[in-house]
Design a protein around this ligand. Sequence first.
Ligand SMILES: C[S@@+](CC[C@H](N)C(=O)[O-])C[C@H]1O[C@@H](n2cnc3c(N)ncnc32)[C@H](O)[C@@H]1O
Length: 401
Amino acid sequence: MSDFIFVTCQIGAEGAVKGELARRWPAFRLAFSRPGFLTFKLPSIHRLAEDFDLESVFARAYGFSLGKVTGKTPEKIAADLRAGAGRFSGQYFGQTPEELAAGVWKAAEGRPVQRIHVWQKDARAAGDRGFEPSLSEEASNVHRLLVEACPHPENLVRGGVARASCPCSGQHWRDASATQAARAGESVLDCVLLTPDQWWIGYHRANSIPSLYPGGMMSLELPLEAVSRAWLKMEEALRWSRLPIPRGARVAEIGSAPGGASQALLARGMWVTGIDPAEMDPAVLNHPCFTHIRRRSTQVRRREFQKIRWLTADMNVAPKYTLDAIEAIVAHPRVSIRGLLLTLKLTRWDLAEQLPDHLDRIRSWGFNVVRARQLHHNGREVCVAALQQPFHRKPFLGQRR
Ligand SMILES: C[S@@+](CC[C@H](N)C(=O)[O-])C[C@H]1O[C@@H](n2cnc3c(N)ncnc32)[C@H](O)[C@@H]1O
């Protein structure tokens, strides 16, 4: 078992990750840090399983670290070591991508690898000049190299990977699985590309939903008919949270315009009430299962929520405003909400420190399952999923006179 873990996160979220780990895992020591990528040294005795839960909102992906392979010269590596960096086992250097790939397998020697996840650390902050974290072509190329160099290809799970004959290089693995999800229980080799010639190696056992995907990034394709990118956020939130919202459920979405998120809900057979003073896209407005209340949430009469069991919110306001608005609804004696899916905007990164208090506040409303994650498709914001399990409807109080 390795003495280090690695974490990848959004650029800008490093401070939030360090803060979370200092609170939850005070014995972990920061070892190496670059924007979007961190490693921590573990205490000598730890009982972390290969599928351990880091309990971090801001870690998009994590695992045990096996160090790095690098295209640097031996002199540069010696200088790094003198400076105290890179003291990891499995260090290897090579000049070509093929040599680096061989180095990865040397570092991972003896590990039973069933699946390979390769991703690039984020190049820029999410949303900066349109940047969206994603699985790059470079990551896909390195994935292919690693599959080809794998010393025990018979162990790799074949889903999406097919043997094919290539006239130029003979038998090789045609890679169709660079973006494919692992299955729970599979042993995954992780390779994070920090730069084209610095690859960090790690491993984890797939278990949680994000751990199934390379870099914790769900490869969702925005449908042509989606009216906003919020579709991606809602779709990922639904898949990550696994909230048991049945078809035919009544959902209210606060901050619904122009309507991408509502489209994701409508496509799953839900009845959606969108609450937003701004205009909805006609494609959503005209859907037979959609109703628009063109007001701010505070201006909506409570009886509008009487049949609603699920509440989502994505308002471009500070977290406290969102939580005040939600509390005013869920705490009402005539309203029975079973689950929440909230986007909390971090107008400043230091607001991340208040997140544990926000989650406690949500628990105090009667939601006993409360989780948060900075989703792949989130900007500087986090998604909170809350569920009342089992669900107790508030007693019917009769009509108000
Ligand atoms: C990020 S956009 C929502 C995107 C939307 N979910 C979608 O799927 O396209 C934020 C929205 O919050 C709305 N908003 C801000 N304050 C609000 C409030 N108090 N009540 C309802 N909507 C609000 C804004 O009008 C804006 O349309």
